[in-house]
Write a protein that binds this ligand. Structure first.
Ligand code: HEM
Length: 353
């Protein structure tokens, strides 16, 4: 690193630290539910400051978010589903060794790529858009904005561009030098999970039932493949019968796109009323027995009054849902980030430097 470059980065770091102390107060004022103990709000997790804060690139790359948004606008106009795919990418990144862009690493002799895992293979997408954003950021601010922050910014931007809420996004994540194929296979909840399993998967990440219900609301946009909901149509409980919580006309419609064998990759919207608009129809549909995945419908039928009441509340009041979604996205984005001297800022999101 050249001296000039070094002092630029040192200045950025010092001013960032100053802003961090300020931002702690502003974030805690902005989020009255600020949570010291459980990993909430603006950068705290388990009582330890995560080191992330919204102004991280204020001096080193002030145009970072504008660049992200302009690439997203083009990509989503070109293919509206891309917003959903990028939102999901952040989730699948954060649940495996934290929000560290491990999901973006390609297979090499030393890296076993997470792209090959059961939840990701033939399913997770958006890598080209992340590459495009990163390329433009490298032009404007070389080796400054991490791939993990690109994924987090893309998830927020995709939510906004689909009509959902905005939030102050803590930044400063660094990128991993490793990936975990096994972690990806074991930490991401499968679509036929029971409610108890969903709660367990989320609590392992420091996320509670409120986060589970609010973040599942991401399924207000995007689609799922037949192979992820077939069991519900033909053999939910090992008795060759459909899931009894499926509304009948919805069942027939799904069966016409998802045969009992073949057509694994046929797709169906997660929210068939408004599959590209971020709204609260997802919860309204669950209330009618029209949630697409088992993991969606069990939020209502899984015999937890607390969780059922949250579904009802978000179905009734989109504002309450948006506010909680924003809070839970910050919390998810704070899962075990690499900061300080840990990790690196990758030049190319697909490979370590
Ligand atoms: C609660 C546990 C969850 C389960 C079991 C689950 C499962 C799934 C499955 C099976 C799909 C379809 C994948 C395919 O067809 O290949 C999907 C799609 C999606 N998931 Fe989830 N998910 C969960 C939570 C989340 C969370 C927390 C987020 C985001 C914060 C999210 C965002 C999405 C989005 C936006 C899509 C559509 C993606 C697209 O169209 O490309 N999901 N999910």
């Amino acid at each position: 690193m050249q001296v000039e470059e070094y002092s630029k980065q040192t200045m950025a770091f010092l001013s960032a630290m100053f802003m961090a102390s300020l931002s702690f107060f502003s974030v805690s004022m902005a989020f009255p539910g600020f949570n010291w103990g459980g990993g909430g709000g603006g950068g705290f997790r388990g009582g330890v400051y995560s080191g992330l804060f919204p102004e991280y690139y204020q001096y080193s790359c002030p145009q970072a978010n504008d660049i992200v948004m302009s690439v997203l606008e083009r990509a989503i106009k070109n293919e509206p589903r891309m917003a959903a795919s990028l939102l999901r990418l952040h989730f699948h990144d954060c649940f495996v060794q934290g929000c560290d862009a491990s999901i973006l690493l390609d297979e090499t002799s030393t890296i076993r790529s997470e792209k090959r895992s059961n939840p990701n293979r033939n399913s997770v997408r958006g890598f080209d858009v992340i590459d495009q954003i990163k390329a433009e950021l490298e032009e404007a601010c070389p080796q400054t904005v991490s791939c993990a922050d690109v994924v987090a910014l893309a998830a927020r931007g995709s939510t906004i561009l689909s009509g959902g809420p905005n939030w102050e996004l803590p930044l400063g994540r660094r990128d991993s030098k490793t990936a975990s194929l096994q972690g990806s296979n074991t930490n991401i909840p499968p679509p036929n999970s029971t409610l108890q399993n969903l709660v367990t998967f989320f609590s392992r990440q420091g996320l509670d039932e409120v986060d589970l219900v609010a973040l599942s609301g991401s399924h207000t946009i995007g689609v799922a493949r037949c192979v992820t909901f077939r069991q519900r149509l033909y053999n939910q409980n090992g008795d060759n019968q459909p899931d009894e919580t499926l509304e009948r006309s919805f069942y027939y419609e799904l069966a016409s796109t998802c045969p009992s064998s073949g057509g694994d990759n046929n797709i169906s919207p997660l929210d068939f009323v408004s599959q590209t608009k971020f709204d609260n129809y997802y919860y309204q549909l669950i209330m009618e027995g029209k949630g697409l995945l088992t993991s969606d419908e069990v939020l209502l039928t899984g015999k937890s009054d607390k969780i059922m009441n949250l579904v009802k509340m978000y179905a009734d009041d989109e504002k309450v849902f948006f506010k909680q979604f924003a809070e839970s996205m910050v919390k998810m984005g704070n899962i075990s980030p690499l900061t300080g001297y840990n990790g690196e800022v990758r030049k190319n999101c697909r490979q370590v430097n």
